[in-house]
Design a protein around this ligand. Sequence first.
Ligand code: PEP
Ligand code: MG
Length: 946
Amino acid sequence: MPFVFDFDHAHPKAPMELKDLLGGKGANLAEMTSVLKLPVPPGFTLTTDACRAYMAGGWPAGLTDEVAKARTRLERAMGKTIGDPADPLLVSVRSGAKFSMPGMMDTVLNLGLNDRSVVGLARQTNDERFAYDSYRRFVSMYGRIVLDIPGAEFDEMFDAAKELAGTTSDANVPTELLKYLVSSYQGIVERHTNKPFPQDPAEQLRGAIEAVFASWNGARAVAYRDREHIAHDLGTAVNVQAMVFGNRDEKSGTGVGFTRDPTTGAKGAYGDFLVNAQGEDVVAGIRNTEPLSALERHFPKVHAELVAIFERLERHYRDMCDTEFTIEQGKLWMLQTRVGKRSGRAALRMAVDMTKEPAIALGHAEAVSRITEDHLDSVLHPQFAGSGHSVLAKGLAASPGAAVGRVYFTADDAAAAAERGEPVILVRSETSPEDVHGMLAAEGILTARGGLVSHAAVVARGWGKPAVVGAEVLRIASHSFAVGSVTVHEGDWLSLDGGAGTVVVGSLPLVAAQPTAEFTTLLRWADEIRAGHLGVRANADTGSDAANARRLGAEGIGLCRTEHMFLGEDRLPIVRRMILADTPEEETAALEELRVAQRSDFVEILAAMDGLPVTVRLLDPPLHEFLPSIHDLAIKEATTGLDAGERRLYDAARLWQEANPMLGTRGVRLGVLKPGLYAMQVRALMEAAHDRVRAGGHPVIEIMIPLTVSGPELALARSWVEAAVAAAGASSKKPAKQAAGARAGRLEVSIGTMVETPRAALRAAELAESAEFFSFGTNDLTQMTFGFSRDDVEGRMMSAYLELGLLPRNPFEVVDADGVGELIRIAVERGRAARPGLKIGVCGEHGGDPTSIGTFYDAGLDYVSCSPFRVPVARLAAAQAVLAAGHYTGPANKAEAQKKAPAAKRAGGVTKGLNGKAKTDKARATPGANGSRAGAPRTKRTSAAR
Ligand code: PEP
Ligand code: MG
């Protein structure tokens, strides 16, 4: 396979589908040249294969020869030679990776100029100033990029020249001074390299190509790829293209144009241009650009030609394109095109509009596959207006949306400030149930410790409240925090973006959330696509959360954490009394209080989800989250002393203290130690259900037992639940071999378990004997499979693991498809073998992550459950997972098939849609990471499986 292809090469496939090989820019240049026959300056592309070969073993054998031949073909096409002293051809050398990495890699322009050819350029263009200005730009660019000379040295000299000329404008520096600058710049080069500036065009070309290859591994590019989850081993292509000049004269110009407005999605050409300028002048913002509409005034013919090209591009790509163009002495040249980036609002509008435009005729499935998680988030949550803010600190992006407020450091202070009408940002080292009233009062939450499934993250996400957690650089004191030399005091303004994980000092303007009509339309189409394949439920613990979840499209509750009903200031003491009770009487009294409180909570939830399944998890409090801080009480004891109540709490808390509370007395284990606890909860739930039936409602109840690890343990817990269900009104039915739900009066109640430990997954067959459903608790399953503490590991070591490539993604963010995923697949297979039709879902935080949703769907799950505010994202991702698996056969897809449009495909390493690119390319970067997909195809499911 050659390493070099001309733009007009006749590829066997549409070049735009060869981005892996030609890079995005090269593929689109080839598409415009060879397919659309647009006016593109000729050139050639060195493939990403060439870059990878270079990275692996230096300059590949044969590449010099291929480049030389391509150069000759280019020179023949242009009728000019690079470096010709009479009439030189100049070329640009630009990077172009598969995924756009704007500004992250290097470019060299005006290549081919030397001491002789500059004279020829001056003569040919009849513009000596233009020729020497181009040469000056080339020497400094080449010096900086290829020869690694600090750019400041050239800049300082140019500034001095401008001062000498008495001007602040580059355009007014006289020719003689430009000539002087060229030789001074060459002096800088010689001083740094001990060699004269290279005059041989072949040497210049090789140097520039190598520099672009090397810029793939430059610090900027590596950091960008880390952030965007782009694999580091893809490499970049290099495009060598004949230069055209928008800065020749007043009949020349350059601009960037979009085929429709990328911010609003409105139809019609949109963009900026400058007369007599080079592309970098438009991007750098040195001169004020004119809107594209003004082009009609300056160059009516070119304007008409450009608008016609835009229409062709849209028809051809069937999407909005962004372009760069140059007008050289009245002739239009297209320098680049690609499917354009767009705001969330624009993405939604364009996707819907394009289904109605006959020239594009997007199918519904295609429209759905074009929307990303970010697009939805940006219309669901407030965002910072504008960009380019100076970031004080970065933490984990725990709950999306932007928030602005004054900083308070305790929940009480936060609540008091909110009471006074102040917007508040609550800053804590970490949060616990004791902070919940402050969290509730705050606009946003910032913590220095904790990971994506820490208390702060889970609670904030559940409420849709912006949160940044685990910002380790924060040094928090009692009434201030510091990051380096910057100190933020109580009452100071702070802004945070929970979608980006960034913290900014001061009060940034916000743009409100604005879900549009197109948002609703697209999600309706997504629902049609996933119907009968993958359900979406919500994790909700209160009536208002449940109502909100239903409004956002949830089809039931997949996890109601009953202990979360006790997070309120007035409720927390009840759970504590229950946990810390010394005598059976105290315990019974506390349980009774719990029952009364829970009954009314359940009524609200069941009412909000009437007719839809509600999975109620019996109590699962990791004790440390519900106990008072032993540390604080110890300090109090040593300073002011403890009152009698505090003394009791302190003693009891010490008694119950555990070294590993997450692996300790929680879940069903608490039920075993506190007989009566689960029976009480079921009683409260059944009473609530009967209340609902009496009110004409249709409660659909699923009771879930947490953290079970064996058949006998689940059978025991199930027996308490069945007894309580029976006591609530009717007998429970249990056929000889298998449990089949319990019945209370007219109410069907199903009983199931969470699968949260590796053992539970492996012993799924015995658990299925006593369970009508499974729900994977992937937060704990991840914690226990990796042995990573879900509260600590992300703050301390996760970034090192990600940087070193020891993990492809944070497994608390994106489910580990290989390890945790394998356990899930095993449990699905064994569970359904023991009980055909076993209903299976997931309720860990991964249930709202698009990539993880793909993994769950492929594993054969029936539904995912996530925080209410993630429900729209999950609906979309579920539809995309169905499309990716090729399981959707609706009419929209058939229409697309006829048009041969590339629909979202996940097979064979081609990925589109939410986070898709990250998954595929990371998978390639880490051998075996995607093996699960190939190795364990989606479990074949019958209708009985649902
Ligand atoms: C889980 O472990 O994934 C889960 C949903 O339970 P929790 O986060 O409440 O432990
Ligand atoms: Mg759990």
